[in-house]
Ligand binder design. Sequence first.
Ligand code: FMN
Length: 197
Amino acid sequence: MKTPPMLRQVAGIAAFAAVVFVMVESVIVQVEAGYVHEQLGGCGPVRALVLYHPSRDARFGDDLSLAVARGFQDAHLRVDRATMTGDTPPSPAGYAIIAVVSNTYYWTPDRPTLRYLRRAHLEGTPVIGLMAGAGSTGRAERILAEALRATGAQAVETRSFWLLRPNDESRPHESNRALATDLAQSFAAEAAHKLLP
Ligand SMILES: Cc1cc2nc3c(=O)[nH]c(=O)nc-3n(C[C@H](O)[C@H](O)[C@H](O)COP(=O)(O)O)c2cc1C
């Protein structure tokens, strides 16, 4: 049976609109945010910094960055959080440990993260990297680890956290997103205990 021309036209317009939407979305999510530096508090004199590129849709990267901040606070650190932009200092001074939270776009860490890490000098500072994504983050996590090592960071640990792929298959009845933030908080606390004197 032949498809009526009207239906073909509607399908063509819908396909075109979908392609345009994907193209626009791909550009928007990579646009650098404004530079924001927040003091999130915590006890003790030792300071930690969480760097992130704000995610646009489900705010997953933002949630992970706050979970990391809670993890550092659990480890008795005083925490600041800042966006990765052209104005972010290349060598943030006074921090005992730094976390970098990046989003996966097309199997690669987001551009603001890579742009910042290319000019960052984090010599002597332990750094953890969190790769946020829907579920396919292996390549992006490897690229993030390489970019973090290239900054001269003293020690580098990375881990992926997912929106769709199960973050912990042994806990199938819990919200996957809540699991991701729980695990990110523990990852940060454990890394601080392990990497700091
Ligand atoms: C254009 C685009 C490409 C994406 N590519 C990947 C990908 O290759 N692998 C993956 O695991 N997730 C991918 N994602 C999902 C994002 O990594 C995930 O949604 C991310 O954490 C951003 O957070 P948000 O959804 O809160 O904005 C992609 C999302 C968009 C919009």
